[in-house]
Ligand binder design. Structure first.
Ligand code: GLU
Length: 290
């Protein structure tokens, strides 16, 4: 049997908190127990929010926690050509279309639709794409592209799902409703997701599946907040012919108000705790690991 490959994949858009520590430590523990490898991937696709100083802080905090990862670290921003190749593969299957609405246009369209009825939301609570760019005439589409208008490249989720057929994944942890074992994917719940933008030839969903495949990741261990996103990931893997890892979605750490920890919360930030004299062994206990 080949060596299991795990990865921790933080985004450098803030400092790590106890929730990240749980994820990173679980990956490290599980890789060790399985005699596997542990990779670190820096998910820095969103240039507007990512900063080099956060990346350095992530490396420092992980090393302080006692986590050892293989070199080199993969930085998504250095691999845009890989995501472009995957986009081209999906485009060749006729599954992508550009939409030209701004975020404000989309908000206005949702308001308009909600005058008549409720408008569906995705599992993260964002409204599904309300526009009609999918049925725009090819001539109009070309005219707007030629005019240099900004656009988002969307996956035609219904066509993609029809092309892929029924898909599922192996869940070794569990979803927020206790889903475990073979879980059927429901990518339609996300609507026509954005896979790239005119100025950013990738997105979280696209780069995560491309990278997991390129890096040979066999075990994805991450928080339950990404459980539903796995439906889109499995769909993309199927369309792109990529091997599926097994998934383990773990419990989330919540604040005293029952909300998921956030990067702006100072009380649970690893740097703050470190500065107060908390030790790595204390952090393990605080996140509920023995
Ligand atoms: N970069 C994502 C985050 O920081 C995690 C991606 C993943 O584990 O699939 O939330």
């Amino acid at each position: 049997m080949s060596t299991p490959v795990f990865r921790f994949a933080p985004s450098p858009n803030g400092y790590l908190h106890l929730g990240h520590a749980l994820s990173a430590l679980m990956n490290a523990d599980m890789a060790r127990a399985a005699g596997g490898r542990l990779l670190l991937r820096i998910e820095d696709i969103d240039e507007s929010r990512c900063r080099p100083e956060y990346e350095q802080a992530i490396l420092d905090d992980l090393a302080w926690l006692g986590i050892a990862w293989e070199q080199p670290v993969r930085r998504q921003g250095e691999h845009l050509a890989d995501y472009c190749a995957a986009l081209a593969q999906l485009a060749a299957q006729g599954l992508l279309y550009p939409s030209f609405e701004s975020r404000a246009d989309i908000a206005a369209l949702v308001t308009e639709r909600e005058r008549h009825d409720t408008w569906p939301r995705d599992p993260d609570g964002a409204p599904l794409y309300p526009g009609s760019a999918g049925s725009m005439s090819p001539a109009e589409r070309q005219r707007r592209l030629d005019a240099g208008e900004p656009y988002a490249l969307r996956l035609d989720i219904a066509a993609a799902f029809a092309c892929a057929g029924p898909i599922s994944w192996t869940e070794e942890g569990q979803g927020l409703d206790g889903e475990t074992g073979t879980v059927p994917a429901d990518p339609g719940a996300w609507g026509d997701v954005v896979l790239a933008r005119k100025d950013t030839p990738s997105s979280y969903h696209l780069s995560v599946v491309v990278d997991d495949a390129i890096q040979g990741v066999t075990h994805v261990v991450r928080g339950q907040d990404l459980f539903f996103a796995t439906s889109v990931h499995r769909l993309l893997q199927t369309l792109l012919g990529l091997p599926p890892p097994t998934y383990h979605h773990h419990r989330l750490l919540l604040d005293s108000g029952g909300r998921k920890l956030s990067k702006s919360s100072r009380s649970t930030g690893l740097r703050e705790l470190r500065a107060q004299g908390v030790t790595p062994a204390d952090i393990r206990r605080m996140v509920g690991l023995s």
